[in-house]
Design a protein. Structure first.
Length: 258
């Protein structure tokens, strides 16, 4: 049986006397989307920071391809193929798409004092990687700030894939987007899964998680309420399990009675 790309077993995180995560299990395999759901304060941020290498867990075990790890930095996680795309994308709005795609990892040609950026190669590589993910931009020379929020998220996903990501952590990629833009991002999450990546999709919105998720980990106040395959749970039950689900049901009942 193939080892999961990432596995957390009984992982906990303490900040002094504060318990942010307590005994959480998570697995993600190649070609699989695992959605991590929960309201504010559920523990999603702590979980993502551990998997991404920003923070070390204080309890339990974190494994990558069957090997136990304790990353000291996001760079170490990236070297093992774990890339994180945060909601507040680090982009240079006035720079072209291709320049943002290779920001900090520019291609060069020549040697010594004659070395210079290989702009043609970066344009071609950015265009090819975006096309492979199904992203059809008019022009990779256009400033990335002119793209929609959904398109910018997709450029960030394509960049992570290009630089060798095996596991993609997406931190609330649809949170600030409208319905149409969110649908664009969800489509590209499916594309990443089809290319064999493992995807950890962090969200508070079950309506965005449901169309793309294979399994759903629900967190509440730092604890796991369970990890469910799609066949084991419905969208309504998923919503009800999240913090606030009961309150929404009460509002609907009160509205019907009024």
């Amino acid at each position: 049986m193939t080892e999961p790309l990432v596995r957390l077993r009984g992982v906990g995180k303490r900040y002094g006397a504060v318990i942010a995560l307590d005994g959480v299990d998570l697995e993600v395999g190649a070609g699989e989307v695992v959605c991590v759901l929960g309201d504010n304060g559920a523990g999603k941020s702590s979980l993502i920071k551990i998997v991404a290498g920003l923070h070390r867990h204080t309890d339990g075990a974190y494994e990558v391809a069957g090997e136990e790890v304790a990353f000291a930095s996001p760079r170490q996680a990236l070297e093992r193929g774990i890339a994180t795309v945060y909601q507040d994308l680090a982009i240079a709005p006035l720079m072209p798409v291709w320049a943002n795609f290779f920001l900090g990892a520019e291609l060069t040609r020549g040697w010594g004092p004659f070395r210079r950026m290989d702009i043609a190669a970066m344009r071609a590589a950015a265009k090819a990687e975006l096309a492979a993910l199904g992203v059809d931009l008019r022009d990779v020379d256009q400033p990335i700030g002119t793209l929609s929020g959904g398109e910018r998220q997709c450029v960030a996903i394509a960049r992570a894939v290009h630089f060798g990501a095996k596991v993609l952590i997406l931190d609330e990629p649809t949170a600030a987007l409208g319905v149409k833009q969110a649908a664009v991002v969800l489509r590209y999450i499916r594309q990443a899964r089809a290319r064999g990546l493992g995807v950890i999709f962090i969200t508070h919105n079950p309506n965005h998680a449901w169309p793309v998720g294979d399994r759903f980990l629900v967190l509440k106040r730092g604890r796991s309420l369970g990890c469910f395959a799609k066949a084991e749970i419905g969208r309504e039950a998923l919503t009800a399990m999240m913090a606030g689900g009961d309150e929404l049901d009460d509002l609907e009942t009160a509205g019907a009675a009024a």
